[in-house]
Design a protein around this ligand. Structure first.
Ligand SMILES: *[C@@H]1O[C@H](CO)[C@@H](O)[C@H](O)[C@H]1NC(C)=O
Ligand SMILES: *[C@@H]1O[C@H](CO)[C@@H](O)[C@H](O)[C@H]1NC(C)=O
Length: 401
């Protein structure tokens, strides 16, 4: 009991410390962001306490909170919205009602949530997909893939691939009036990772090559090799997504082993003999000078984990782990990065590498936004930057899809 009291006391001190953290300069709506940040930190603390007392697992509280944002499929004057499944994977479909002479473009949108939470049913995702379908006069398909830790790598990716392949069948495209030459795969955060992986895997599959016209990646996480890039250092404590929270949730995609979590936090998780993989994510080569600031590149520390996790070297987890010749094949790409985001450098590095490989890329870097901004486009919490990101994403699709 004494231990638990001490733990509780320390937690309160920690909380007070967090609450007094200065707001970064150059953030839009700093007080709202601070509020979101504090709520997230309180939730993290509560989740830690609940896990410590054995009441529930750390990730459960986050799952419960996202679940409170679920809404059903609601059709409106412009769209028919239905929940159904493609090959037993749940999907929400947004189908424009207006009669159309031409076939419509389509977007497959893969939601984020660190592989452990999230759903197309969440109000913000529903809103983004609704706006996309309505403004673009497009069919939008939003899959709900299996989540960690119940279903680990590559379950989420496999589900997304099943949905995409099901949708790409001629008879299905025809049924929904979709133009097979105008299909985009999109996603945010861990959904951006999945979108990136799906696009790569389809391009490498002779049966599906060139069936995807474009990919749109919104602040994607694209690697698990180096968790100490400049953005991971600068935004270690948030706002909103701290490095520790991101790692604790997303690692569940492949392990619940405590030793592995600690190793990833220390950035000493890669196995012996994996130095060669670092060339794909080496920020000292690929990050624009402006963002390197005075950070010093450190050689990787390898072989500290007693368990070997082959997934760490798997490009289906880290789309950055492919050679330039594999990148060359990729379609037109849109990347949004946010400045106040540990995943900023993942996005920047992918942009640099894709451009070096000759892939046409539009990159928007939003200097005054946080990770997850697009999840704050619906009540009760609005961020202007979230609405701006949604607008930019839809406008890009209007011009390019
Ligand atoms: C339906 O589309 C019209 C025209 O684009 C738009 O003005 C209206 O707001 C849309 N309705 C909804 C519910 O989104
Ligand atoms: C990373 O790139 C720098 C040059 O910018 C180089 O000196 C270093 O050896 C590289 N490290 C790895 C692990 O590839």
């Amino acid at each position: 009991m004494g231990n638990k009291m001490l733990f509780f006391g320390l937690s309160c001190i920690l909380l007070a410390y967090y609450t007094y953290m200065p707001i970064p300069e150059n953030l839009e709506e700093p007080w709202k962001v601070r509020f979101i940040d504090i709520l997230t930190k309180i939730t993290t603390l509560m989740a830690t306490l609940l896990e410590y007392t054995g009441l529930m697992k750390f990730e459960d509280l986050f799952f419960i909170i996202t679940k409170t944002q679920y809404i059903g499929p609601i059709s409106d004057e412009n769209l028919t919205v239905i929940d159904t499944d493609f090959s037993n994977i749940p999907v929400r479909l947004y189908l424009p009602k207006r009669k159309s002479e031409r076939q419509r473009p389509a977007v497959i949108y893969i939601h984020g949530g660190a592989f452990a939470t999230g759903s197309f049913k969440m109000l913000p995702y529903d809103f983004v997909n609704r706006m996309t379908a309505s403004r673009l006069d497009a069919v939008v398909v939003a899959p709900d893939y299996r989540l960690a830790p119940q279903d680990q790598f590559p379950a989420a990716l496999e589900d997304c691939i099943v949905v995409v392949k099901f949708f790409l069948q001629d008879k299905v495209l025809e049924k929904y009036g979709v133009d097979p030459a105008h299909i985009c795969i999109a996603g945010d955060s861990s959904g951006g990772a999945l979108a990136g992986s799906v696009t790569q895997l389809l391009q490498d599959d002779p049966e599906y090559r060139n069936k995807i016209k474009a990919q749109a990646l919104i602040y994607p996480g694209l690697q698990a090799v180096d968790t100490w890039m400049p953005s991971y250092r600068e935004y270690e404590n948030g706002p909103f997504l701290s490095r520790k929270l991101a790692i604790r949730l997303s690692i569940l995609y492949f392990t619940e082993e405590k030793e592995a979590i600690d190793a990833v936090l220390r950035n000493e998780h890669m196995p012996e003999g994996s130095r060669d993989f670092f060339k794909f994510v080496n920020w000292s080569r690929f990050l624009p000078e402006k963002y390197k600031k005075n950070h010093v590149y450190r050689e990787p520390v390898l072989g500290k984990l007693s368990t070997f996790f082959p997934v760490l070297l798997d490009r289906r987890l880290s789309p950055l782990l492919v050679s330039d010749s594999q990148l060359q094949k990729l379609p037109l790409t849109y990347v949004i990065t946010c400045e106040h985001d540990i995943l900023r450098d993942d996005g920047f590095i992918y942009v640099t590498r894709l451009r070096n490989a000759g892939v046409p890329v539009t990159h928007e870097h939003i200097e005054d936004a946080i990770h997850g901004a697009i999840s704050f486009v619906a009540a009760p919490m609005y961020l202007h930057s979230g609405l701006r990101i949604m607008d930019k994403y839809i406008s890009w699709l209007q011009e390019n899809l």
